[in-house]
Design a protein around this ligand. Structure first.
Ligand SMILES: *[C@@H]1O[C@H](CO)[C@@H](O)[C@H](O)[C@H]1NC(C)=O
Ligand SMILES: *[C@@H]1O[C@H](CO)[C@@H](O)[C@H](O)[C@H]1NC(C)=O
Ligand SMILES: *[C@@H]1O[C@H](CO)[C@@H](O)[C@H](O)[C@H]1NC(C)=O
Ligand SMILES: *[C@@H]1O[C@H](CO)[C@@H](O)[C@H](O)[C@H]1NC(C)=O
Length: 334
C-alpha cells in the first residue's frame, strides 16, 4: 500500500483529462484505474489489429474472385470466338475438336497454371507465383523449341492455334497461339530467344515487351525492348525491327492475300511481315539434314542479322517467356 503522502498534485493532473470525481479518490483506486486504462488500450489495439487482418484477407479473396471471373469470361469469349471462326471460314473443314481450346487452369495446391497444348497434352507448373511479390526471378516457360526434324512444322491455322509437337520432352513443339494470347494478356511478359549455329555458338536476345493479340487480330505480335547479342551490330535487332506488329500466318490462313508467305517458307506458320521477303527472322523453319547448315532457299531457321544467307539454317533455337507482372489489376481499373 502506498502511503497517502505519495499522492502528489502532478499525479492528479494526469487524470484531469478523465471526467472522474477526484474528491473520494484513494491510492489503490488510481493504480486499478491505470490498469483498466492500459487494458482498454490493449483491447482496442487488438480489435484494430483483427479488423486489419480481416480486411487484408478479404482483399486477397477479392483478387482471386476477379481472376476467376476473368477466366470465366475468357472461357465464354473463347468458345464464342471459335464458333464465329468456323462461320467466317466456310472453306475450313468443321473440326469439332477446335472447340476444346486450352485454358490455363490454376492448380489450387501450387497456384501454378496448367496449360493444355494440342488436344490432350498438358504442361503443368507454369507461371508459379514466386515467394516475392515481384515477378523478377520467375521461371522461364519454353514456348517453342527446334532441335530435330521429327515434328513437322508445316501445319494448319488450327494446329498452330492450339499447339503441337513433343510436349512431354519439350522438344520440337509450339505451345499454341491461343495459349500465347492468354498468357501475354494476363501477364506482362518478356521473351527470350536462344539461337545456336553450327559452330556451337549460342547467342541470346531478350525482349522486355512481348504481346500477342487475339485470333480476330490474327494473333498479331508486339515486340520491343531488345537487349542481347544475336545481331552483329547491336544497335538494332532484326526481329523487332522487321516483325513488330506482324500478324500470324499459316499456309491455310495467310495474312496477306497477295503473297502466301508460309508457302515460300516451307509451309510453316510465323509472324511474317508484309513485303516480298516475308521474313528476316523465321524460327519455325526446317533444320538441315546434314551438318553443313544448308537448306533449300528460305525454308530454314533464319536470322538474317546474324547469318545473311537464306540457304542457311541454324542448329537449334528455343523461345521462352517469363511473367513480369500480372495484368488483371490494370484491367479491373478500366
Ligand atoms: C470452359 O469451357 C469448357 C468447354 O466449353 C468447359 O468444359 C469448362 O467447364 C469451362 N470452364 C469454366 C471455368 O467455365
Ligand atoms: C497440383 O499440384 C500438385 C503438386 O504438383 C499435385 O500433386 C496435384 O495433383 C495437382 N492438382 C491438380 C488438380 O492437378
Ligand atoms: C558441337 O557440339 C557437339 C556436341 O557437344 C559436338 O559433337 C560437335 O563436334 C560440336 N561442333 C563443333 C563445330 O564444335
Ligand atoms: C505443307 O503441307 C501441305 C499439306 O500437307 C502441303 O500441301 C504443302 O505442299 C506443304 N508445303 C510445303 C511448302 O511443303
Amino acid at each position: 500500500m502506498l502511503s497517502p503522502t505519495t499522492i502528489t498534485i502532478p499525479d492528479n493532473s494526469k487524470f484531469s483529462l478523465i471526467n472522474c470525481p477526484r474528491t473520494s479518490r484513494r491510492p489503490f483506486n488510481i493504480t486499478v484505474e491505470r490498469c483498466y486504462i492500459l487494458l482498454i488500450h490493449l483491447f482496442l489495439y487488438i480489435i484494430i489489429f483483427i479488423l486489419i487482418c480481416i480486411r487484408f484477407g478479404q482483399l486477397n479473396t477479392k483478387q482471386e474472385k476477379i481472376l476467376s471471373t476473368l477466366n470465366l469470361n475468357h472461357n465464354v469469349t473463347l468458345y464464342q470466338e471459335s464458333q464465329n471462326r468456323l462461320l467466317n471460314y466456310p472453306n475450313h473443314k468443321p473440326d469439332c475438336s477446335c472447340q476444346q481450346f486450352s485454358y490455363p487452369k490454376r492448380n489450387q495446391t501450387t497456384r501454378c497454371l496448367d496449360l493444355r497444348v494440342g488436344l490432350s497434352e498438358t504442361i503443368s507448373n507454369v507461371f508459379c507465383p514466386s515467394s516475392s511479390t515481384e515477378y523478377e526471378h520467375n521461371q522461364w516457360l519454353m514456348i517453342q523449341n527446334r532441335r530435330t526434324n521429327h515434328i513437322n512444322f508445316n501445319r494448319t491455322w488450327i494446329e498452330y492455334q492450339r499447339g503441337f509437337g513433343n510436349i512431354v520432352d519439350q522438344l520440337d513443339f509450339w505451345i499454341g497461339n491461343e495459349n500465347l494470347y492468354w498468357l501475354t494478356n494476363n501477364y506482362h511478359c518478356r521473351l527470350k530467344i536462344e539461337l545456336t549455329d553450327w559452330y556451337n555458338e549460342t547467342r541470346k536476345g531478350i525482349y522486355e515487351l512481348f504481346h500477342i493479340s487475339n485470333q480476330h487480330d490474327d494473333y498479331r505480335m508486339q515486340i520491343d525492348g531488345y537487349s542481347g547479342n544475336i545481331d552483329a551490330y547491336n544497335k538494332f535487332d532484326s526481329f523487332s525491327r522487321w516483325h513488330n506488329n506482324a500478324p500470324f500466318s499459316t499456309y491455310d490462313h495467310p495474312a496477306t492475300e497477295t503473297t502466301n508467305c508460309p508457302d515460300l517458307h516451307g509451309g510453316v506458320g510465323w509472324w511474317y511481315h508484309p513485303g516480298d521477303e516475308c521474313a528476316h527472322v523465321q524460327l519455325n523453319g526446317f533444320l538441315p539434314t546434314h551438318g553443313d547448315g544448308l537448306v533449300p532457299y528460305n525454308t530454314g531457321i533464319l536470322w538474317i542479322g546474324w547469318k545473311s544467307d537464306r540457304h542457311f539454317s541454324f542448329q537449334h533455337v528455343h523461345m521462352s517467356i517469363q511473367p513480369k507482372l500480372r495484368r488483371d489489376r490494370n484491367r479491373h481499373r478500366r
